[in-house]
Design a protein. Structure first.
Length: 286
């Protein structure tokens, strides 16, 4: 029997706690604030950004969406980031990926005040994550949310074989680090991996983040495995589907996240959680 992981239910639990934390901060005169900067008209990005904004407002946060034209120059974007770095009403700055070609993503990452880096993409944070450094710092929200879901469903990575398909900065690499820190034996696989499907089949915990609709089917899954589908793809009919063929995984996987209703709501809930943490830490800076 395959059980579906209810990402919406776990997200609700996280959001409920965030709402309480927001009220407590507001009572102390701090309203957590987030700005999401979106450059260009990518339709999927626009949907994510709208959902993030709605959730932030619903939780009582100060939420700004800054929509910029796809002709925005590097200098213009950096100047806008600088202005939010200096804006005390903003605790978290997120520049939505993907960005147009003229924008140098690493420079954008470095331009964000690390105290406001709600994605945890600054190399100092990535270094802390990889070294399993103690203390408080932001960690990429999609993988962090996945760890919350695994915990909620009683999946302890310790001693398990984990395979992460995809090596992005947003998901694959931080996911592999978090699973390693949780004592899993981790393989990062990607488009150049030989016999990718055989590698996938070794996984007790399989995280798929490729952007390729239905890349993984039931035949590629180890019986009883926990399957986390990060994909948000469109099939040939324009329907939202994941990187895993949910139907053929039935009866093979032990636990599986659906698309939609799995990783998506958890990412947004975790982003809100991180924003509140940045707001909390903002008056305790060294
Ligand atoms: N695009 C898709 N997911 C993310 C994310 O978590 N952070 C940023 N900055 N862009 C994204």
């Amino acid at each position: 029997m395959t059980k579906t992981i209810d990402g919406k239910a776990v997200a609700k639990k996280v959001n409920d706690a965030t709402q309480v934390a927001v009220s407590e901060l507001v009572a102390q005169g701090i309203q957590p604030g987030i700005v999401v900067i979106i450059v260009g008209e990518d339709p999927a990005s626009k949907i994510y950004v709208r959902n993030k904004n709605r959730k932030a407002e619903k939780l009582g946060m100060h939420s700004v969406v800054r929509q910029l034209p796809d002709t925005t120059t590097q200098a213009e974007l950096l100047a806008i980031i600088e202005a939010y770095n200096a804006d005390d009403s903003i605790h978290g700055i997120l520049v939505q990926s993907p960005l147009p070609k003229q924008i140098n993503e690493p420079l954008v990452t470095m331009a964000i005040d690390p105290h406001k880096d709600v994605d945890g993409f600054h190399p100092a944070y990535v270094g802390k994550l990889v070294t399993n450094y103690p203390g408080h710092y932001p960690v990429a929200n999609t993988p962090r949310g996945i760890m919350t879901m695994l915990k909620e469903y009683g999946v302890d990575p310790a001693g398990k074989t984990a395979v992460v398909i995809g090596r992005s900065t947003i998901v694959g690499k931080p996911m592999a680090a978090l699973l390693t820190n949780a004592n899993a034996t981790v393989t990062i696989a990607h488009s150049r991996t030989k016999d990718l499907k055989a590698v996938a089949k070794t996984a007790d915990i399989l995280v798929v983040a490729t952007g390729i609709a239905h890349l993984i089917t039931g035949d590629d899954i180890k019986p009883g495995a926990t399957v986390i589908d990060v994909g948000m793809d469109r099939d040939e009919h324009g329907k939202l589907v994941g990187d895993v063929d949910f139907e053929s995984a039935q009866g093979v996987a032990g636990l599986i996240t659906p698309v939609p209703g799995g990783v998506g709501p958890m990412t947004i809930a975790t982003l809100m959680q991180t924003t509140v943490e940045l707001a909390k830490w903002s008056d305790k800076r060294e």
